[in-house]
Ligand binder design. Structure first.
Ligand code: HEM
Length: 495
């Protein structure tokens, strides 16, 4: 007990001296970064609240698009405008390309193997190359298009079953099962969940969603590194358990495959096992499992959350629903499943997806970066060690860029060249520069196909007496933003 009190006092003294000292050394006042006043010890931590992306968007309105905060002991740079994002993600991309490693990612040493957290270097490049050549190239995606359309067919069949018994569909959960099976078929050539069973995959979704929440949660250890050994919020402990569940599952799948090695599946697992066998790129089994963990964590929740937000916005705006259905009926015929080739001929549907990603970017701060060297940004000198948050959420809602910025208006994209692919910094739901999301080509095929098929095969009704919170737009913050209350809607057969 006495020991703990002494440790506590030491921490407080240390933190106080460091944070007070830093108030005086943050540089020449002329070029001092704007930002809110700091309290001793905690700096600006108290300003984050439980929706940090919203709190920081509000603060940027006061202090500007390049803003400095002190989160505990950590100098933090918050970028909240398209021009400043372009500086960070394009003009000075390399200097800003190292990821910040949250303490929790030391669980199972994930940060050492993860494509999403390794620094830009030979190993990271090799992993990105594996992904780009074997999963996300136009050719690979064209070649396994049939897999995805089968999964969308299963999603529609599931909704038909619900419709026959007048049951509602939990849209996020159904979309999650579809995205999960889609990825698992691309990687392992098998389903990981039963598409027709409401409860199947629930546990996996919970694990993935818990990972997103835990990794996104402000963790005292990240702001007061001296607390590292204590893990006071037990975030690393819980992540160790969540990662363990998924990594064990991958281990089983790898073992299963190793026993049937003669049967070539030509999926991502085969490619990775070949690379390990041939000792290429120094790839290890742990790295392969971490890569799969990244893909499932980054690729399932993001896709299903986006679909859930899109369906909610469309259901809340009947005129948008009618226009989308009209386009679908005209181009592919009522009651048909949308294919990836159809999407190019469905401009309004694509506008709905872009508008959803503008207002509800799944990863609001992108994946945060950390400066390994001091960098000049406009007139400011940003010190080494600074944590960098690019607030894609704030940029997507910036009223100086977007007219009626909070209104869901897909039409705004009909005549605009602005796209989500990382070249237009007004709209960066997938980030930008060399660390841009590698899964974007897959996500941008999947989301319109799922959304279009749901809209083209059913009318949708929300019974607010039974599901009163379906239209509640409250967000649940984590690495990804989820809809706090799920959208549950009843699919009605078409006339
Ligand atoms: C709507 C769907 C998605 C959204 C909004 C999204 C968004 C993002 C964002 C914002 C980043 C960080 C980019 C940056 O820091 O500049 C990222 C990184 C990443 N995403 Fe996605 N993503 C989506 C789907 C996917 C899918 C389907 C996969 C794979 C199956 C995937 C795999 C990854 C990986 C591996 C990274 C880390 C890349 C690196 O650090 O080099 N994402 N994603």
């Amino acid at each position: 007990m006495e020991f703990l009190v002494i440790i506590g006092l030491l921490i407080i003294c240390y933190a106080f001296i460091r944070s007070t000292f830093s108030l005086f050394v943050i540089g020449n006042p002329k070029n001092q970064l704007p930002g809110p006043n700091r309290l001793p010890i905690i700096g600006n931590l108290h300003l984050l609240g439980d929706q940090p992306h919203q709190s920081l968007a509000k603060l940027a309105k006061i202090h500007g698009p390049i803003m400095s905060l002190k989160l505990g002991q950590i100098n933090t740079l918050v970028i909240s405008s398209a021009e400043a994002a372009k500086e960070v993600l394009k003009n000075k991309d390399l200097a800003f390309s190292t990821r910040n490693i949250p303490d929790s990612l030391h669980a199972h040493n994930h940060y050492k193997y993860s494509v999403a957290f390794l620094p830009v270097g030979a190993t990271w490049r090799a992993l990105r190359k594996i992904l780009n050549s074997n999963m996300f190239s136009g050719k690979c995606l064209d070649d396994n298009q049939h897999l995805r359309s089968q999964k969308v067919r299963e999603l529609i069949a599931y909704c038909q079953k619900a419709s026959a018994s007048n049951n509602s569909v939990n849209i996020g959960r159904a979309a999650f099962r579809t995205s999960l099976n889609l990825l698992s078929n691309t990687i392992f050539s098998k389903d990981l969940t039963d598409p027709y069973d409401e409860d199947s995959g629930k546990e996996f979704k919970e694990v993935v969603s818990n990972i997103m929440v835990e990794v996104g949660k402000p963790n005292l250890v990240d702001y007061f590194p001296i607390l590292k050994k204590l893990d006071p919020q037990m975030i690393k402990m819980r992540l160790t358990s969540h990662f363990g569940t998924i990594l064990d599952m991958f281990e089983e799948l790898i073992k299963e495959r190793s026993m049937t090695q003669d049967e070539k599946k030509n999926d991502v697992l085969d490619v990775c096992l070949n690379i390990i066998q041939n000792n290429q790129d120094d790839m290890t089994r742990s790295q392969v499992k971490s890569l799969f963990l990244d893909l499932f964590a980054a690729g399932t929740d993001t896709t299903s959350n986006t679909l859930e937000w899109a369906m909610t916005e469309v259901l809340l705006n009947p005129h948008i629903m009618s226009k989308a259905k009209e386009e679908l009926e005209k181009v592919i015929g009522k009651g048909n499943i949308v294919t990836e080739d159809d999407v190019l001929r469905l401009p309004y549907l694509s506008c709905i997806v872009k508008e959803t990603l503008r207002l509800h970017p799944s990863i609001p701060f992108l994946l945060p970066r950390k400066l390994v060297n001091q960098v000049n940004l406009n007139e400011y000198v940003i010190p080494k060690g600074t944590l960098v948050l690019v607030n894609a959420y704030a940029i997507g809602r910036d009223p100086s860029i977007w007219e009626d910025s909070l209104k869901f208006t897909p039409e705004r994209f009909l005549k605009s060249q602005i796209d989500v692919r990382g070249l237009d910094f007004e709209l960066i739901p997938f980030g930008g520069g060399r660390r841009i999301c590698p899964g974007m080509p897959l996500a941008m095929r999947m989301i319109p196909v799922m959304l279009g098929s749901l809209l083209n095969n059913f009318d949708w009704n929300v019974d607010l007496k039974i599901e009163p919170k379906s239209f509640d737009m409250t967000e649940k913050f984590g690495i990804t933003i989820e809809k706090a209350s799920p959208l549950c809607a009843i699919p009605i057969p078409l006339n």
